[in-house]
Design a protein around this ligand. Structure first.
Ligand SMILES: [Fe+2]
Length: 336
């Protein structure tokens, strides 16, 4: 009896995802293909300029994506506000993502003691996971399910925006084949919702480069993201703010992107700092990590990880000979 209930609930969940997808098809028909193509070309041209001058691109969102981003804002805040006991049911696992609670004070940097995340690894069927977990007495709430559906919906809608990013990388590097490399791996995306609690402590997320082909961020509740892109900035230790705006998606290349473009496109060193606003209100964000889950797996032999690589984000400066040697050796050793 119990199994039947789970099954029928699951059918409704899958149907609701299907309705979302069908709804999107209708939405897309409101603009003509020619107009879409012209818009894309203008965004790509602008993106290439931005990539060369700032190291990242800002791509306009769509009304459909904005709707889901609003949902994610609301659902993520509600989800993190639940009792710890409930959230711990989804405790972090390398293979599936899931919940990672704030760490105890003596076990981590001050950064990690205020931070909690919920990650969906797109290669893993979370709805299936939930179904199995139900058999293991997970008390799944409607909120849990709604958040997961919203994340899957977001990943689905973002594919088209990511294809613009891939086009920018392919054209800027003059390597058309890189477009397919990025897009063929889109299913290996993961989405991470992140919550920092309000704290008077000053927290600096140290400068680093993300490891995948790229990172896309639509949601930052407060500013605090910075990058150091130009040779001059890096030499002087200058960090510049990346401004997040509603309706705009910030996307920047990671280390694998740098590798597959033979260093023609540099990964972007970045960090996050606390501001008076984030100390007051805390900080929520949502990031889509492109292909951090499999290409890089080839690079981290022996780590024991099935999906998530242990190839950590590291502080990489393409102008520092030591770092360049580290980068080259790393990729050589792993037989990319
Ligand atoms: Fe990062």
């Amino acid at each position: 009896m119990k199994i039947q209930e789970t099954k029928s609930r699951n059918i409704w969940r899958r149907l609701s995802l299907l309705f979302l997808k069908v709804g999107n098809l209708f939405n897309k028909k409101t603009t003509t293909p020619k107009q879409i193509e012209e818009d894309r070309e203008a965004i790509i041209a602008e993106g290439i300029k931005s990539l060369w001058t700032r190291g990242y691109v800002v791509i306009p969102s769509t009304p459909e994506i904005e709707k889901v981003v609003d949902q994610l804002d609301r659902l993520t805040a509600q989800w993190f506000a639940q009792p710890l006991e409930h959230k711990l049911q989804y405790v972090f696992s390398e293979q599936t993502g899931g919940y990672e609670p704030p760490r105890p004070k003596d076990d981590a940097s001050s950064n990690d003691t205020h931070k909690e995340t919920f990650t969906i690894v797109n290669t893993y069927d979370w709805l299936e996971f939930i179904e199995n977990k139900a058999a293991h007495k997970i008390k799944q709430s409607q909120l849990d399910f709604d958040l997961m559906v919203a994340i899957y919906h977001y990943i689905d809608l973002m594919e088209e925006r990511v294809s613009i990013f891939a086009k920018i990388i392919a054209r800027a590097s003059d390597m058309p084949e890189v477009y397919d490399e990025i897009m063929n791996n889109y299913y290996r995306t993961s989405y991470r919702a992140l919550g920092y609690s309000a704290t008077k402590e000053f927290i600096l997320n140290n400068g680093h480069n993300d490891r995948g082909t790229g990172t896309a961020i639509s949601r930052e509740s407060v500013q605090g993201h910075q990058n150091s892109f130009t040779t001059k900035d890096r030499a002087a230790g200058t960090w510049r703010d990346i401004k997040f705006e509603r309706g705009k998606i910030v996307m920047f290349p990671g280390l694998v992107c740098q590798k597959i473009t033979k260093c023609r496109i540099k990964s972007l060193p970045h960090r996050v700092v606390t501001t008076p606003e984030s100390q007051e209100k805390g900080r929520d964000s949502g990031a889509l990590f492109l292909d951090t889950s499999f290409t890089t797996k080839k690079l981290e032999k022996g780590s024991g990880s099935k999906i998530f690589p242990h190839f950590s984000n590291f502080n990489f400066d393409p102008d520092n000979p030591e770092h360049v040697a580290e980068f080259d050796t790393y990729f050589e050793q792993q037989k990319f």
